[in-house]
Design a protein around this ligand. Sequence first.
Ligand SMILES: *Cc1c(COP(=O)(O)O)cnc(C)c1O
Length: 226
Amino acid sequence: MSNAQDRLESIRGRIEAAHQRFGAPPDVVHLVAVSKTFDSAAVRPFLAAGQRVFGENRVQEAKAKWSELRADYPDVDLHLIGPLQSNKAREAVAVFDVIETVDREKLAAVLAEEMALAQKVLPVFVQVNIGEEPQKAGIAPAEAVAFVERCQHVHGLNVVGLMCIPPDGVPPGPYFAQLKTLADRAGVTQLSMGMSGDFEIAIAMGATHVRVGSALFGARPRHTTE
Ligand SMILES: *Cc1c(COP(=O)(O)O)cnc(C)c1O
């Protein structure tokens, strides 16, 4: 089994190759290393190897793990990539640097309030339920553009882009392309899409952030992936 440095180099190499091959903007594709379910000891080698952008899907887990890790690596950039309940918005604003999962009016309002209280303006992504799956979080595609506008102009959030998790078991390319179209219509430039199994396709469709977990850290128990 290869070490953290080798895995990072391999994934970064694949990101770079996909980016060059398809020749699409953006200038940079950011690697969000998804460290959910892995403890701080498992994350440290990736920090030591220079990775600074990480994704977590649970507020409590991230709070415990990253209060320790941030003491040694104050320049980490921590993204919330899992669903957020309004009653955890305060903690989320304290723990995370970027919230990728804004998907409903109430959450947008509460996040705006908590950011004002904390005197922070965190960049956020609006999560789109791109496959319109009942079990998945995200705003419906048909409502996404208007929702981005309300997040910006009613709530004053700093919406930088859109995020999606396409349906399992079908080719993701058309979903990524649709997210890109929605982002263009909404006037936002960043696209968080693509995971271990499909990040190269996402890059071909214009991803600016790919969220890679198992290809870096190894397999997780199945029940923790959603
Ligand atoms: C777990 C997770 C990932 C990473 O998935 P892998 O297939 O392990 O790369 C990416 N995005 C979200 C929202 C996740 O919950």
